[in-house]
Design a protein around this ligand. Structure first.
Ligand code: ATP
Ligand code: MG
Length: 152
C-alpha cells in the first residue's frame, strides 16, 4: 500500500511526494544498511533520495510517481524495449562498479518514469565483492537476459 504525503523540501522551495517504507521484523542493522546503500545509489542518480529514517521502523524517500516495470510489462523481459532493458543493466552495473552488489533484480524493484528507470529496495543489497551466480552470468552476457529467478 503506497503511503503518499506531500512534503516540503527544506533546501528548495518545491514539494516532493514521499514514499514511506515500513518495517516490523527487520533488524535495525539491516534497515540502516538499506538506507545507507540507497543513499549512495541516490547520489549516483539511480534511486529516489532517502529523506528520513529512524533505522528501526521506517525509511522515507522520494516517491517515484509511476508504475514498476512489473506493472508495465509483467515478468517477461522481452516485453520491454531494448532501451529500458539496457537502463536496468546499466544501473546494476554502475552500482557494482561503486561497490554495491544489488541482487534482488526483479521488475518490482524498478520504476519507469518519463523514460527513466529508477531502482528501489536495497533490502538485499550489500557491499560484497564476490558475485552471486546470477550477477556473474548477467555481467558475462552483458545484457538483461532474464530477471533473477531466485527473487521471484
Ligand atoms: N520510492 C518509491 N516510489 C514509488 N513506489 C515505491 C517506492 N518504493 C517502493 N515503492 C512501491 O512499493 C513496492 C514495495 O517496495 P519495496 O520493493 O521497497 O519493498 P519490499 O519488496 O516489500 O521490500 P523487501 O524486498 O526489502 O522486503 C514496490 O514494488 C513499489 O511498487
Ligand atoms: Mg521489492
Amino acid at each position: 500500500m503506497v503511503d503518499v504525503k506531500w512534503i516540503q523540501k527544506r533546501y528548495v522551495n518545491q514539494s516532493v511526494a514521499m514514499y514511506r517504507k515500513e518495517f516490523s521484523t527487520t533488524h535495525p542493522r539491516d534497515i540502516a544498511r538499506e538506507a545507507r546503500l540507497q543513499r549512495e545509489s541516490a547520489k549516483l542518480g539511480l534511486s529516489p533520495a532517502v529523506l528520513r529514517t529512524d533505522h528501526r521502523t521506517f525509511i522515507e524517500m522520494e516517491l517515484v510517481p509511476d508504475l514498476t516495470l512489473f506493472d508495465r510489462y509483467g515478468y517477461d523481459v522481452d516485453e520491454m524495449s531494448n532501451e529500458i532493458r539496457s537502463q536496468v543493466y546499466d544501473i546494476v552495473d554502475i552500482l557494482y562498479q561503486h561497490g554495491i552488489q544489488y541482487v534482488d533484480i526483479t521488475p518490482h524493484n524498478f520504476i519507469e518514469h518519463d523514460g527513466k528507470v529508477w531502482i528501489i529496495d536495497f533490502g538485499h543489497a550489500s557491499n560484497r565483492k564476490r558475485l552471486c551466480p546470477y550477477l556473474r552470468t548477467l555481467f558475462n552476457q552483458g545484457y538483461l537476459f532474464a530477471w533473477n529467478a531466485d527473487f521471484r
